[in-house]
Design a protein around this ligand. Structure first.
Ligand SMILES: Cc1ncc(COP(=O)(O)O)c(C=O)c1O
Length: 386
């Protein structure tokens, strides 16, 4: 029978991550270093503000762009942290997570056949979203020698007359890489030379360890070329609330808002109230979580290196990305066997695209004691296979 599914959608394979969640859900004593979300519950005062907003009767749509208060607070927040100034009236839009922000940004700028350069390993949704928007993803496999940062030269080598944008995500999922100022300047120079837009997913902007995050839009000349995507899921442990944003030059933002108006209407009202509270009063909670992630990060990275799973030092997000090369297994076999034999779930690097094969992603948004126990199990596994 003929398939009714569009070629665009049919061409995208299912996510390589899901299988591991499905298998581990059937095992009683599994320790999951697989899932990429905070183990923390949303800090209590933020949660209470969401409940209070419901009790106040704020159960209606908001402005399509998101509440004016939230946009103003966000504008102030970005200015204070990164020295970049966005007009809350027409340069900021509140979305249903960075997921929607990405969809809007790509839909707003892509014509059929336009190319977007996507450095990988990266968040599993980037290349599929480019394809869903009608574009072509030109991938680049980043290298451990460059600590998984993409270089300007690697990007420039992929540019063609059809290239419209570069889609980057740092701090990076799955590698934990952050960009040095030199690499950022190289990317900015390529964008300028070839008149490209830069879509910068900075969802992990606050989760950095011993380095400072630089917002791509804050680089000289880059605000006019950047679609900045950010959100509350990771920094404030609010994945289920579904709040993100897109900040962009007026013309692009207007186009994104049009798509948002017709598809979503407005981001969840309760969650917008909670996000506003998070921006105004959540800083101490962010700092506490960052400290705890850092403690876990140091433990995990140190121990992995001791066990022969070579791991470069991740400086952001909450992932370690060790090589499994010394075991003689590929990343999928390693992940399958570790799950089957020791009940520890990790994700094979090839699920994150080019450059990921031979590595696995381990998420340390998991309690310190669980990480210790997972490491003991990995130790047992390595004695058998190392
Ligand atoms: C790099 C990156 N971007 C975007 C998202 C989606 O986030 P949100 O919950 O804001 O839709 C994730 C979630 O894992 C992510 O890791």
């Amino acid at each position: 029978m003929k398939s009714f599914i569009s070629k665009r959608v049919a061409s995208v394979p299912p996510s390589g991550i899901r299988r591991y969640f499905d298998i581990s859900a059937t095992m009683p004593d599994v320790i999951s270093l697989g899932i990429g979300e905070p183990d923390f519950v949303t800090p209590d005062p933020i949660l209470e503000e969401g409940i209070a907003s419901l009790r106040r009767g704020d159960t209606h749509y908001t402005s399509n762009s998101g509440t004016y208060e939230l946009r103003c607070a966000l504008s102030e927040h970005l200015n204070q942290l990164y020295g970049v100034s966005y007009d809350p009236m027409d340069e900021l839009l509140i979305t249903v997570g960075v997921s929607e922000a990405m969809y809007l940004g790509l839909t707003a700028i892509i014509d059929p056949g336009d190319e977007v350069i996507v450095p990988q390993p990266c968040f599993v949704a980037y290349a599929p979203e480019v394809v869903f928007a009608g574009g072509t993803a030109l991938t680049i496999g980043c290298k451990v020698e460059h600590e998984f940062q993409v270089t300007g030269a690697e990007i420039e080598a992929r540019v063609t007359p059809r290239t419209k944008a570069i889609l980057i995500g740092y701090p990076n999922n799955p590698t934990g890489a952050v960009l040095t100022p030199e690499r950022m300047a190289e990317i900015a120079a390529v964008a300028e030379r070839h008149n490209l837009l830069v879509i910068s997913d900075e969802i992990y902007d606050r989760l950095v360890y011993g380095v400072q995050h630089t917002c791509f839009a804050a680089l000289p000349g880059m605000k006019e070329r950047t679609l900045l995507l950010g959100g509350f899921s990771k920094d404030y442990a609010m994945t289920g609330w579904r709040i993100g944003y897109i900040a962009a030059p007026k013309e692009v933002l207007g186009a994104a808002r049009k798509v948002h108006q017709y598809t979503i209407m407005s981001a969840p009202t309760t969650a917008q109230a909670a996000a506003l509270f998070a921006l105004k009063h959540g800083e101490a909670h962010v700092q506490q979580m960052v400290e705890e992630y850092d403690r876990r990060r140091r433990l995990l990275v140190h121990e992995l290196n001791m066990l022969g799973l070579d791991c470069f030092e991740p400086r952001g997000a909450f992932y370690a990305f060790p090589s499994v090369g010394k075991t003689g297994m590929n990343d999928e076999t390693f992940a399958d066997q570790l799950l089957a034999e020791e009940h520890v779930a990790v994700i094979p690097g090839n699920a994150f695209g080019d450059g990921g094969a031979g590595y696995v992603r381990m998420c340390y948004a998991q309690s310190y004691s669980k990480i210790e126990e997972a490491l003991e199990r990995i130790h047992t596994f390595m004695r058998r296979h190392g």
